[in-house]
Design a protein around this ligand. Structure first.
Ligand code: HEM
Length: 410
């Protein structure tokens, strides 16, 4: 049985199958682990981290104000991982002030400003346009026989959605996909830096253009949004655009891909949804619970000692919360390894919890629903391709999603 005071060194096995590892921790819901080399830029490889896996601890920790983001310490971590001979400007200025790295009062101020521009109405206004985009993407799939649904549908839809919302031309979406894939998942600091610098430079230019000629989009809204005379600084604006663009699609691609794979593997669920499309929103919630697209919440630090059950985490330590493990906790969700699209899956932690709860959750849910309705409405036959390489999972310590999903459609 794992002991919380003896750190477990995570290795490739964890990267390949995090669920099996989380299950092995059910008796030690707060455990020290050492991050593997594949951890990437957002987690400290080789460093000790306290990992929480039960639903109740995860939820309590995410709402605990003694756990901080500490922007300065995060920036120090990034810089330590930075390739020595590459310029850092674009990289760090795009990260210096984004919501996920900030604590109150800065977080409160920025979140209020962006929430004002990111209303449910702004999101709902996108619905007809996204239905049209989904239909057009499926036009290209029709008659193809076998298709990689990730390339053809699950990936472009969320990229186009976030580009349209922000007012970013999506002709460049192939570049965005490469850039943000690297930014979220790459363990190579030089590559991470190159791609984030390129994205930051692109966005800085676009912000200038919006300042000169504002449109109806979110980025123009953010350039001009004010709250009692307060507005976003240059660095805050760039960081916000960067976060929205990356967070806005890497995750939602996974929701759509993971959901479709579940349905292909469980044809009776697919048939049920075809019969009764009103079940689709509930199915999306269950997919979020069952195969959480972001499986670890971002890093936090203890500002003072924090007791969790039997374990005391000292001050100044790194803490990670596993959303995937929490969402598969039998103490909260009976029969947690069963994907039951009619269960009340509300209360899952796939979008996090507390002050950093996902800003884009309404958009992600709407995109998931549009994608499933469009796909089921268009094809009477959807089957997983029989080739051995038809399903390939991403290698990622942070996210849970597919790289390839080959499907036969007719
Ligand atoms: C925060 C998941 C889609 C923007 C978060 C967090 C999670 C999450 C777990 C909290 C992380 C933490 O506390 O450490 C997801 C999932 C999505 C999704 C699973 C899709 C299925 C989106 C979309 C957008 C977005 C579409 C933007 C358009 C954000 C932002 C934050 C955030 C800005 C930071 C909020 C803050 O710190 O106050 N997301 N997200 N996300 N998400 Fe999402």
């Amino acid at each position: 049985m794992p002991k919380p005071d003896v750190p477990i060194e995570l290795d490739r096995k964890f990267v390949e199958d995090p669920r099996a590892f989380y299950e092995s921790l059910r008796h030690a819901p707060v455990q020290q682990v050492i991050m593997p080399p594949e951890a990437g830029a957002w987690l400290p490889p080789g460093r000790r981290v306290w990992l929480a896996t039960s639903y109740s601890d995860a939820r309590a920790l995410l709402a605990d104000s003694r756990l901080r983001k500490d922007n300065d310490r995060m920036m120090e971590l990034y810089r330590a991982r930075q390739a020595a001979d590459t310029p850092e400007r674009g990289f760090s200025s795009a990260l210096e002030a984004h919501l996920l790295n900030l604590d109150p009062p800065d977080h409160t101020r920025l979140r209020k400003l962006v929430t004002q521009a990111f209303t449910r109405r702004t999101v709902e206004r996108l619905r007809p346009r996204l239905e049209q985009v989904a239909a057009e993407l499926l036009d290209d799939v029709e008659g193809a026989g076998t298709v990689d649904l990730l390339d053809a549908f699950a990936s472009p839809l969320p990229i186009i959605a976030i580009c349209e919302l922000l007012g970013v031309p999506h002709a460049d979406r192939a570049r965005f996909r490469t850039w943000s894939g690297t930014i979220v998942r790459s363990a190579d600091p030089a590559q991470l830096q190159d791609h984030s610098t390129a994205l930051a430079a692109y966005l800085a230019e676009l912000i200038e253009a919006k300042r000169a000629a504002p449109g109806e989009d979110l980025l123009s809204g953010l350039v001009h949004v004010t709250d009692a005379g307060d507005r976003l600084s240059e660095v805050e604006l760039l960081s916000m655009a960067f976060l929205l663009l990356v967070a806005g699609h890497e995750t939602t691609v996974n929701l759509i891909g993971n959901g479709v794979l579940i349905l292909l593997r469980r044809p009776e669920l697919l048939a049920r949804l075809r019969q009764d499309p009103a079940l689709i929103p509930g199915a999306i919630e269950e997919f979020l619970r069952f195969e959480s697209p972001v499986h670890l919440a971002t890093l936090r630090f203890t500002a003072e000692p924090v007791r969790v059950g039997e374990v005391e985490i000292p001050a100044g330590e790194f803490v990670l919360v596993s959303l995937l493990a929490a969402n598969r906790d039998a103490a909260r969700f009976p029969d947690p390894h069963e994907c039951d699209i009619t269960r009340p899956a509300g209360g899952h932690l796939a979008f996090g919890h507390g002050i950093h709860h996902c800003l884009g959750a309404p958009l992600a849910r709407m995109e998931g629903e549009i994608a499933l309705r469009a796909l089921l409405g268009r094809f009477g036959n959807l089957e997983l391709d029989a080739a051995p390489d038809s399903v390939r999972w991403q290698e990622s310590v942070l996210t849970r999603g597919l790289d390839t999903l080959k499907v036969r459609v007719s």
